[in-house]
Design a protein around this ligand. Structure first.
Ligand SMILES: [Zn+2]
Length: 312
């Protein structure tokens, strides 16, 4: 904590002014002094400490006007530095290690067809995850302000990844409640590397789906299953939800998916059983190629009921 408690507030002002001079839309946030938010109220959520704007209507007020920015930090030299992502022409992939962000991110990288190009990157606060200190990450990619992007990837089962576009992030040398400063990764500061354009694959994965133009059910399955904790089966289940199920593995996959669902619904009640059956009937119709017959010895309902009986 001593790192930034001793740092002179001048660094924050200096940073803010420099970013503004680069055309970034800067907004003044409250700071952290002595572990407390300089807004002087107590926050029930530690993450809110030093992380909220000091001005109303921050998105319209955020500016790259150097004089305005200098004045803001004269008023509060300890204020954290925020940047309005969309207004500055970029998006930020925010990876939070507390909710499975790093693993989600690996899967996310696969989804966007391999590694994302090197770009401006920061580390955020540090968190103790099972005895290891892990820091959050911010990856910056240029993109048009007009893009309509998802705010997070929870719906597709990738927890811990937020997309900041219509929002702001704090940047170096802002202070984080965990005691760290936001820091640029070596070689990846905006004065060391050019910010990469967001690859098309990335934007495709992040764009809000136009529901009218997508096939029936497309995307809905992820939202139904997205918040369920399937543990180690998550990868398999994500694959089934995304790619559907093919003839060769229908029975096994249906059984597996039903078991996972049955663990999350009260299948010891008629209502819970019905809910799982209904979901699987719909899943069969939409995502199984070709769909199983409902009745009969290799029918959908037989596999579903066997799985429910196994779990309950
Ligand atoms: Zn506050």
């Amino acid at each position: 904590m001593s790192d930034w408690e001793e740092a002179d507030g001048g660094r924050l002002a200096e940073g803010a002014v420099w970013y503004a001079s680069q055309g970034w839309k800067i907004l003044p946030c409250y700071g952290i002094v002595g572990g407390r938010c300089t807004c002087n109220s107590t926050h029930s959520e530690p993450k809110d400490v030093g992380k909220h704007p000091r001005i109303p209507e921050w998105n319209t007020a955020a500016t790259s006007d150097v004089d305005t920015v200098r004045r803001w930090w004269e008023e509060d030299p300890n204020g954290n530095v925020g940047v309005y992502c969309k207004g500055s022409g970029f998006l930020v992939i925010d990876i939070d290690p507390r909710s499975g962000g790093p693993e989600s991110f690996e899967k996310f990288e696969e989804l966007v067809d391999g590694a994302l190009p090197p770009t401006v990157e920061a580390v955020t606060g540090s968190y103790n995850i099972n005895g290891r200190l892990i820091r959050g990450r911010h990856l910056f990619y240029k993109c048009f302000p007009e893009e309509q992007l998802l705010g997070n990837l929870t719906r597709s089962g990738r927890k811990g990844i937020d997309i900041k576009h219509n929002g702001y992030v704090l940047i170096n040398p802002s202070r984080h409640f965990s005691g760290e400063c936001y820091e640029w990764v070596e070689g990846h500061a905006p004065y060391e590397i050019e910010m990469a354009e967001a690859p098309e694959e990335l934007l495709n994965a992040l764009r809000k789906r136009n529901r009218k133009s997508t096939a029936v059910g497309e995307g809905d399955w992820s939202s139904i299953f997205g918040d369920i904790d399937f543990g180690a089966d998550r990868v398999d289940i994500d694959r089934m939800l995304e790619d559907g199920i093919d003839e060769g593995s229908r029975a096994v996959d249906i059984y597996k998916l039903t078991c996972a669902l049955a663990n999350k619904f009260p299948v010891n009640t008629e209502m819970g059983r019905m809910a799982v059956e209904t979901m699987m009937i719909r899943f069969n119709a939409e995502k199984v190629r070709p769909p199983l017959d409902l009745e009969g010895t290799n029918g959908l309902l037989m596999h579903v009921r066997n799985a429910i009986d196994f779990v309950s």
